[in-house]
Design a protein around this ligand. Structure first.
Ligand code: IVH
Length: 677
């Protein structure tokens, strides 16, 4: 019996330690908060009953810490506590009754949303932001002031009648739209995506360069004020005061006077949370009166005057049908579970991400298992656990593939990385196709009408195997080729007719005018995103200079660290890449930045307003041409405007104003004339 308990304690300790590591160190949680709390509770109970088996370093002995070595640490003036968690109405009722028993019946509560980000403590002195400190271990946290100053919603200077010294606490988070954008960008730049918005916020806050962190567009909502001279005796009034000083205080709180009102608030937000632009993971219930808060006091880790209610992430149980392995542009293999379709949080779920081999092993996933899928903080549903009781006794564990599903090359797993890679980057079809898709994409060569279907078709027909082949396509080899569906009906999915052929050839011809920075981005060098490509072309001007740059020269640039620099050097060391660049050069692509012509350009001293739509050029192309030739783009017509370039549907007010001020109105053809003569 005792041996059993010891084994149980060991297993729980090990599991919790591993989940802690995934969460705090790898920023990649492997279990839901609910399941984590359950494991922790189980361990606490066993340890209480059998203290003799308790590991001195048990995970129950510490609160997770977000301290990192790169920041100075600051001791919190008031410790940053956490909240007791509840998961059902009866636990809320227990809290409510505890409070009533201690201080009486007629109590006002404030119900707030529980923002799912990373907590922050801001201290203000004489109306100025002094320090921004993370929670850390609760006693001391990291000084992230310079990063936090880039968050636009945090006031650096207050207005109104604020106390000389106080602290305000809140949550820094990444809005959902921003989270999706950030992950899209990371995918392009060959970085692993963040598992959820919370990790994205926490990771961003710890970035070394505040200019980089500023690009992440974090936000902050404040929900708690501390200090010896607070303006009011009610928590809700303090929040309203803080709003008047310039803080972003959430609108969604409610004063509740009964248990029923608290339940109503919970039930309302359990559904409505999906319509918020940010993630919440529960609600927080606080006693409003600060004197009563003080009367109730604190336990070692949590206040007795507040509690959180955690929403149960919506969960569904379904069967694992199979596992697909997708191959990304850089060869990264992503396992994806195909599931028997199931309804979850308003959508039908058919697939769930399995991330990597470790996750499959941790889940102990077997073929045809019944699995639970959850849509919690993550946008893509994930499998949280297996229903062991329904496992078929003969079912085999899911084994991560050893060979590339597309080209059969043995996979590798670089040291210290969680992902498997297919190293056959010169031949493996999905890698080659993804490289072509990247090359023609909007931020790269921007070739319109070159979607996924076209890439597939041209690749299958052997017309485009690498991006340099694009510039050898012609009318004769495109017209009439078609892509058929795989099913028996052999339906035509796409075919090149007269118009689509002309469009594609026109797009390809135009792409030769795309600036060097876009071409460089299009090459798909690992870690070289659109911004890095711009930095590189601004400094090195030509591909030859860039290909000879040293590690020191590269790392001396803003935004470029050793990882990016090494990747650039590796790219140019590969003779296949130099040969590809030579072929692209021969086709007339730009491998040099435009010489700065602003001072001796054709349009020096002239200003233009572009309005309407044009037959040959896009508005952006016209604007770029103007700038490249030393001219200025203006948004509105004024007496200083030299030309109004009027396309189709030019705004009538612009036309009228130009006529009145005798500004010359020219067409697109006049504009080209002006440029060329
Ligand atoms: S009050 C002393 N209010 O939840 C209590 N916390 O475990 C101070 N959180 O670390 C916290 N929304 O980061 C409070 N409306 C809210 C909150 C909130 C999110 C976070 C906070 C804290 C954790 C509690």
């Amino acid at each position: 019996m005792n041996n059993d308990i010891k084994t149980q304690i060991n297993a729980l300790t090990q599991a919790l330690n591993q989940h802690n590591h995934s969460y705090y160190v790898l920023n990649n949680p492997t279990i839901s908060d609910y399941a984590y709390d359950e494991l922790m509770q189980e361990l606490l109970t066993l340890e209480n009953e059998h203290p003799e088996f308790k590991d001195p370093d048990s995970p129950t002995q510490r609160v997770g810490s977000d301290l990192s070595n790169d920041f100075t640490q600051i001791t919190h003036q008031y410790p940053m506590l956490s909240l007791g968690n509840t998961y059902n109405e009866s636990e809320i009722a227990d809290f409510y009754q505890r409070v009533s028993r201690s201080i009486g019946d007629d109590i006002e509560y404030v119900c707030e949303l529980k923002y799912d980000g990373t907590s922050i403590s801001l201290s203000y002195e004489n109306g100025k932001l002094k320090h921004a400190v993370t929670r850390g271990d609760g006693e001391k946290g990291d000084d992230v002031t310079s990063n936090v100053k880039t968050i636009k919603s945090i006031p650096l200077k207050l207005k109104g009648d604020y106390p000389a010294n106080f602290e305000v606490r809140g949550e820094i988070f990444m809005p959902i739209a921003e989270f999706l954008k950030t992950n899209e960008l990371r995918e392009i730049e060959g970085e692993a995506p963040f598992a959820n918005a919370r990790n994205a916020a926490a990771g961003s806050l710890k970035m070394k360069k505040s200019a980089e962190m500023a690009k992440r567009k974090l936000d902050c909502l404040l929900y708690y004020m501390l200090g010896s001279e607070l303006p009011a005796n009610l928590h809700s009034q303090n929040l309203e005061k803080a709003r008047s000083w310039g803080f972003k205080i959430p609108e969604h709180y409610k004063i509740c006077k009964s248990l029923a009102e608290i339940y109503d608030f919970i039930n309302y937000w359990d559904k409505e949370r999906y319509n918020l632009p940010f993630e919440i993971d529960g609600i927080v219930i606080k006693v409003n009166d600060i004197n009563l808060q003080n009367e109730l006091g604190y336990t070692a880790k949590t206040p007795r005057w507040a509690i959180s209610y955690k929403f149960k992430a919506e969960e569904a149980c379904t069967q694992l049908l199979s596992v697909d392995y997708q191959v990304g542009r850089s060869g990264r293999i992503t396992p994806v579970a195909n599931l028997k379709p199931v309804q979850l949080a308003g959508t039908t779920v058919k697939r769930a991400s399995l991330h990597n081999a470790d996750i499959i092993a941790q889940l102990d996933l077997h073929e045809k298992d019944m699995v639970y899928v959850e849509k919690g903080g993550e946008i893509i549903p994930k499998i949280t656990r297996v229903e062991m009781s329904s496992r078929h006794p003969m079912s085999a564990p899911v084994r991560f593939i050893a060979h590339c599903p597309q080209c059969n090359t043995p996979l590798i797993r670089p040291d210290g990385e969680a992902a498997h890679l297919c190293p056959n980057d010169k031949v493996c079809p999905p890698q080659l196709k993804a490289k072509i898709e990247h090359f023609v994409s909007r931020k790269a060569l921007n070739i319109d009408s070159f979607g996924e279907q076209v890439v597939d078709l041209l690749f299958e027909k052997g017309l485009v195997r690498d991006v340099s082949d694009i510039y050898h396509l012609n009318y004769d080899n495109l017209i009439g080729i078609a892509r058929l569906s795989d099913d028996e009906e052999n339906k035509t999915l796409f075919s090149f007719k007269e118009k689509s052929t002309q469009n594609l050839l026109h797009g390809i011809a135009q792409s030769k005018q795309v600036p060097f920075a876009n071409v460089l981005f299009g090459l798909g060098i690992k870690h070289v995103g659109a911004t890095v490509a711009k930095t590189l072309t601004k400094t090195f001007h030509t591909i030859d200079k860039l290909s000879n740059a040293t590690l020191d020269e590269l790392t001396a640039l803003d935004d470029i660290g050793p990882k990016v620099a090494q990747s650039v050097i590796d790219y140019f060391t590969d003779s296949n890449n130099s040969a590809l660049i030579d072929r692209l050069k021969a086709s007339g692509l730009k491998f040099e930045s435009e010489a700065p012509t602003q001072n001796n350009g054709k349009f020096n001293g002239l200003s233009f307003v572009i309005s309407g739509t044009f037959a040959t050029f896009s508005r952006d192309e016209l604007k770029n041409t103007i700038e490249h030739n030393g001219g200025k783009n203006l948004s509105g017509v004024s007496a200083k405007t030299s030309y109004l370039v009027a396309g189709e549907n030019t705004g009538p007010s612009k036309l009228a104003k130009a006529e009145k001020l005798k500004v010359k109105i020219i067409s697109e053809t006049d504009f080209i004339d002006l440029l060329e003569h």
